[in-house]
Write a protein of this length. Structure first.
Ligand code: LMR
Length: 330
């Protein structure tokens, strides 16, 4: 038997024992692993899900939340899930490239004008189709969770694309994001989220891109003197599980769990909308980082510098998919 088959057999065994345990009265345990702080949109969504499940399915299902990369980093969580070591995760949409190229769409720079457009695309037919884009490898998308639009943090003021030339930026594990920084003649470095603060502090990198809430909760604003308010890209998540685990859930439990996920997601998305404003203000009020607001002409220069990246990935993503996302901006 190949190693892959042995691992698969072990995962099935873990699942069968877990679900059989449930039949004899032991609760089904759902481990939810993520990398951000608890006081973030995803952290709050995960905790809300845990609490709702306790309230509505107490005794039958227990959700254990592991924040701050405590259990797994994002580069490990998917393989751990396929092995049955964790049942729920919500990596950023940028981190699924190993499993599907289709989700690369979400990394295209300047694709969505605001979160209303993101919502329209994700809840439309194409966005819903993408939830099934990893079914062939045993992974099921259960929904999207918002974090928000990304800004550019740096040790130097960035007003126009030429300011980024030659600088090193930490990125998530995404070839689209690498191409985006290469288009600026900057140097992208794929690094885990848990390392970003130290990389900035030690000047191993010059900058990074992230949302207001991730920068604030990781204290990046204390070690990076400038943030350009570029809103140039999206950082959202796909809530994922395995097909095997989800389809093996008892019929009387699954609908209620789905409802808990839906309600927790609505809650998390509200937190995300609040934090886009609130955490920006906290960073501004800290006085540690200068926020650079771009004029329309300056912003247009970033659009022109980054947008050629779209063409490079159109073949893998599909033009129909990109057209649907663009149409969501109307
Ligand atoms: C990052 O690596 O910057 C983000 O994916 C972290 C997160 O989960 O928001």
């Amino acid at each position: 038997m190949s190693v892959k088959k042995v691992l698969h057999a072990m995962a099935v065994m873990v699942l069968v024992l877990g679900l059989a345990g449930a039949a004899f009265g032991a609760p089904i345990v759902i481990k939810f692993s993520h990398v951000v702080a608890e006081d973030t949109p995803k952290g709050q969504m995960a905790n809300k899900f845990r609490d709702l499940v306790k309230e509505r399915l107490g005794g039958k299902v227990v959700v254990e939340v592991y924040p701050n990369s405590q259990l797994f980093d994002d580069d490990k969580v998917m393989s751990a899930m396929l092995l049955g070591d964790v049942q729920l995760g919500a990596p950023a949409l940028s981190k699924f490239e190993k499993y599907t190229k289709k989700l690369q769409i979400f990394d295209l720079p300047f694709l969505f004008k605001d979160m209303t457009a993101v919502d329209a695309f994700q809840s439309g037919p194409k966005g819903q189709e993408l939830l099934n884009s990893m079914k062939g490898v045993g992974i099921l998308g259960l929904g999207y969770i918002h974090n928000g639009l990304k800004q550019l943090g740096s040790s130097k003021p960035l007003r126009v694309p030429a300011d980024a030339k030659g600088l090193k930026f930490r990125i998530m594990t995404s070839d689209v994001l690498a191409a985006q920084f290469e288009a600026l003649q900057a140097v992208p470095l794929k690094k885990p989220f848990s390392e970003v603060f130290t990389l900035l502090q030690t000047r191993a990198i010059d900058g990074q891109e992230n949302t207001w809430s991730n920068m604030y909760t990781q204290k990046m604003h204390e070690v990076q003197p400038y943030i350009t308010e570029s809103n140039h890209g999206l950082l959202d998540y796909m809530l994922v599980t395995t097909v095997e685990f989800w389809e093996g859930l008892p019929k009387d439990i699954k609908p209620e769990l789905e409802k808990c996920l839906k309600d927790a997601t609505a809650y998390g998305n509200k937190v995300s909308a609040d934090k886009e404003v609130g955490d920006r203000k906290l960073i501004k009020d800290s006085g540690r980082t200068q926020i650079i607001e771009l004029t329309p002409a300056e912003r247009q220069q970033w659009v022109e510098a980054m947008k050629p990246v779209w063409k490079k990935f159109e073949g893998e993503i599909g033009k129909d998919m990109i057209d649907a996302a663009v149409a969501a901006n109307k």
